[in-house]
Design a binder for this molecule. Structure first.
Ligand code: UDP
Length: 356
């Protein structure tokens, strides 16, 4: 079996890593294409090192200046590669612009597209990630879902059941693997971890300032590995000086292992990330989600996550008081999503393989 894995962002590398290990073990040929949607060392190279991933077979050369031109440029370059090489199928992960480009380029060339982390839905159809996942799910020959909720979402939209597979979550696989390999202790320490990078939160000054105000009012020690885009916005909106005089420690983005070590030792997790809220749950940390958009509602339903908009008082209150309201349940599969996905892909596309 010969397939393309198309990756380009930090969460993509986390999701791809065990697919890579397992497909190498099975002797499948995985061609890794890196779109360079994330391109600096902290957001890209360090993950290849942490996961001992081989250098990508292909690196795209699209400048990431804005959502539309990046998506279009990546689509064009992927189209050229795929039409020359014609793999058995194309695999892409999550809901980033890279995923959208891969879905369209492959499908236009009649190469089956497989979507990992399908069926997530939020109320806002104009959320950038929502656009990407709706297109990817619709074009996919097969959709791999992390949870029953996502399976239900796809069925409710009329997607054919034969193209929906409940696989569990590759992020859980990566986390369990890493915790056990490195024997990382999970304890509730005396600091909070913060990540913040959603476009909705950082592009408008008043909203970002209100979130910062809430964090400051909580008066907690907060360690904040800042996404480069967020740091830039904090600087541009002149919010850095207040942060510098506070208990909030801004550090560069961390590699995966360092980030998981930090999160594993935190008291609570504050985030607007789709991945970090799952990791918080898996690490049994109360999680305050700093955006009203609900992804992975299961975590709220079991009482381990609470959402808030940019209301400084509510943010501070939740940081100081929120504790889980229900018992912990296993969510997101059994840590073997990578095995289930590759079993299913082999069954679907293995016999038509053009491995060479
Ligand atoms: N992450 C990391 N270093 C950091 C912050 C996050 O390695 O400084 C990891 C985190 O463990 C998770 C992934 O990045 O696996 C989530 O990516 P991100 O929050 O950028 O994207 P999202 O999940 O919101 O799409």
């Amino acid at each position: 079996m010969r397939f393309y894995s198309i990756v380009g962002t930090r969460p993509n590398f986390v999701k791809e890593f065990l697919i890579h290990m397992e497909s190498s073990r099975r002797g499948f040929q995985e061609i890794i294409v890196h779109t360079r949607q994330h391109y600096d060392r902290d957001m890209s190279d360090v993950f290849f090192e942490d996961f001992a991933l081989p250098a990508p077979h292909y690196l795209l050369t699209v400048e990431n200046n804005d959502n539309v031109s990046f998506t279009a440029g990546a689509m064009q370059q992927l189209g050229r590669l795929l039409s020359e090489d014609r793999p058995d199928f194309v695999l892409a992960y999550g809901d980033v612009n890279t995923t959208l480009s891969a879905a369209v380029a492959a499908s236009k060339l009649r190469i089956p597209f497989a979507h990992v982390e399908a069926g997530i839905r939020t109320a806002d159809r104009y959320n950038p990630e929502e656009i990407n996942r709706r297109v990817a799910d619709t074009l996919a020959e097969v959709n791999y879902c992390c949870t029953e909720t996502h399976v239900r979402n796809l069925k409710a939209e009329g997607h054919d059941a034969s193209r929906i597979v409940l696989s569990g979550d590759l992020m859980k696989d990566a986390l369990l693997y890493t915790l056990s390999r490195l024997e990382l202790p999970v304890v509730r320490g005396d600091y909070m971890v913060l990540t913040l990078h959603r476009q909705e939160n950082i592009m408008v000054r008043d909203r970002l300032a209100a979130i910062v105000e809430g964090l400051l009012r909580s008066d907690q020690r907060i360690v904040f590995p800042a996404h480069p885009r967020t740091r830039k916005q904090l600087e541009q909106f002149d919010l850095m000086p207040r942060l510098a005089r506070s208990k909030i420690e801004i550090i560069p983005p961390l590699g995966y292992v360092d980030f998981i070590r930090l999160a594993a030792g935190a008291n609570k997790v504050l985030t607007d990330s789709g991945g970090v809220r799952r990791e918080a749950y898996l690490l049994k940390k109360p999680c305050i989600v700093l955006i009203e958009l609900s992804w992975f509602p299961e975590i709220s339903q079991v009482g381990w996550k609470v959402l808030t908009g940019p209301d400084p008082e509510r943010i501070a209150f939740l940081i100081n008081t929120f504790e889980p309201t229900g018992p912990y349940r296993e969510l997101f599969g059994d840590g073997r999503a990578h095995v289930k996905i590759l079993d299913d892909l082999e069954q679907r596309f293995g016999s038509s393989s053009n491995a060479r």
